[in-house]
Design a protein around this ligand. Structure first.
Ligand SMILES: [Mg+2]
Length: 295
């Protein structure tokens, strides 16, 4: 069966009688999965540039996720976006008409919280990032010293893209790192897709701090293996595909974690760039998540 089944009759009369990938979503029948997607048990999904851009879903994303769920695929959303907490991402997914549970969302903020919580001693931390990242650092047990005289002597500096980034934060972080603070990055993405075009990502802020200090940050976001492992731990055994819009974070990170990766063209990567990718090579390149899932 190909294409969209628009009514029950069209499904019942299909010659293959293969209803594995057909289900009911919002009162209508879901579409069959592409053979490529159907070969996997679990699908990891990037958010920015894959499921949505800013506050708008990519074309057909709702139907694509409905088809995956109807076919019984396990899903996990995995993002380097540090602007929201996991709970806030679940709320955003629901507000856009996508079902998701807290278990299905793995953010770089949660990965940083886990990473810091493993440290033997509680440290003072200077955080460049949105309130969500500050909350994750606090919840890890560290003492956040933003806005205090201790900030430039912090033992840990956490860097995540946010709109409030300014020179004073870069200066404070520079002094802390030169004084011996550990530098932790929420990903190294140069940009992320936003309404009207790309915005500078965490990687751009990290580059400024690395240049100022001549030190190298420890990245805890994609493409680091740890954030993928956090997702895989929740999914259990089975074949897993990572779908995202970035060659470095999504495709490269998937390969580092031993997973196949597919690239969608709704974010920052062009078809030419995706086709030129050699090591690793995407198992598929698709215009949209919807096209990948159903083509
Ligand atoms: Mg992305």
């Amino acid at each position: 069966m190909t294409g969209v089944a628009t009514d029950l009759a069209s499904v019942q009369t299909t010659e293959r009688g293969d209803l594995r990938a057909v289900g009911i979503i919002h009162g209508s029948l879901a579409m069959a999965l592409s053979p490529l997607i159907d070969a996997y048990d679990h699908v990891l999904l990037d958010l920015d540039g894959c499921v949505w851009v800013a506050d708008g879903l990519t074309s057909g994303a709702r139907e694509a996720l409905g088809a995956l769920r109807s076919a019984g695929k396990s899903l996990c959303f995995i993002t380097n976006d540090a602007l929201l907490t996991c709970e806030e991402y679940v709320r955003k997914l629901w507000s856009l008409g996508l079902q998701a549970s807290l278990e299905e969302v793995v953010t770089v903020g949660a990965a940083i919280q886990f990473f810091l919580a493993q440290r033997a001693a509680r440290a003072s931390a200077f955080v460049i990032g949105a309130p969500a990242i500050v909350r994750h650092v606090v919840d890890s047990g560290q003492r956040v010293v933003n806005g205090t005289a201790e900030a430039a002597r912090a033992e840990v500096v956490v860097v995540a893209a946010h709109e409030g980034f300014d020179f004073a934060q870069l200066r404070t972080a520079t002094r802390a790192v030169l004084g011996g603070a550990e530098m932790i990055a929420a990903g190294l993405d140069a940009t992320y897709p936003a309404a009207g075009g790309p915005w500078p990502g965490t990687g751009a802020l990290v580059a400024a701090l690395q240049t100022a200090t001549e030190r190298t940050a420890r990245n805890v976001g994609k493409p680091d293996r740890q954030i993928f492992q956090a997702a895989l731990d929740r999914l259990g055994p089975g074949r897993t595909l990572m779908v995202g819009d970035r060659l470095d974070s999504d495709l490269g990170g998937a390969a580092a974690a031993g997973l196949d990766g597919a690239i969608v063209l709704t974010g920052v990567t062009s078809r030419e760039q995706a086709q030129a990718a050699e090591d690793p090579r995407p198992v598929a390149i698709a215009e949209t998540l919807h096209a990948l899932v159903t083509a």
